[in-house]
Write a protein that binds this ligand. Structure first.
Ligand SMILES: Nc1ncnc2c1ncn2[C@@H]1O[C@H](COP(=O)(O)OP(=O)(O)OP(=O)(O)O)[C@@H](O)[C@H]1O
Ligand SMILES: [Mg+2]
Length: 140
């Protein structure tokens, strides 16, 4: 099964829509609660980052029998120092974004914690692609 979403930039009213749609789909499929939670959290963080830091982008989600693959790509500013961006508490979020409750600098580590695999492909001035993989353990 494959799903594709366009994520608008700076649209805070709709931010998180793609991840909540995927969450509903996984619930309908009857996947384990733990898997749903991890996908929802990791994808939500990547989606919000595209909205607040990159002017939006596209999300592609593939659900296989044993694996969920989420690829989120934007054409934003890219991440200059990836190891710094991965640190807890590091954020370049604007004052406006912080007022909305984002910008604690916890999103990237939250993604890493919840995904089995995470790859970030980023280039300054070109954009960022985040790939998240979450395995589905055998279930009833
Ligand atoms: N898609 C992206 N495009 C450009 N920069 C990004 C992107 N995703 C993350 N970053 C950079 O990495 C930093 C850390 O991201 P992270 O998600 O950990 O924190 P945050 O978004 O600033 O705050 P929080 O996620 O806690 O609300 C961001 O502040 C930003 O500088
Ligand atoms: Mg974030």
């Amino acid at each position: 099964m494959e799903f594709h979403y366009e994520v608008s930039g700076n649209d805070f009213a709709r931010a998180g829509l793609a991840s909540s749609e995927i969450k509903k789909t996984l619930q309908r499929l009857g996947l384990p609660h733990e898997v749903i939670k991890r996908v929802a959290v990791a994808m939500y963080e990547a989606e919000i980052n595209m909205v607040v830091h990159a002017g939006g982008g596209v999300a592609d989600v593939r659900i296989d029998k044993e694996l969920i693959t989420i690829i989120m790509c934007d054409k934003g500013p890219g991440i200059e120092d990836l190891s710094k961006a991965m640190e807890d508490g590091y954020s370049t979020a604007s004052e406006q974004v912080r007022e909305l409750g984002f910008g604690a600098g916890m999103g990237m580590s939250n993604m890493k914690k919840n995904a089995d695999e995470m790859y970030i492909d980023t280039a300054k001035g070109k954009g960022t692609c985040v790939t998240l993989k979450i395995r589905i353990p055998e279930h009833s």
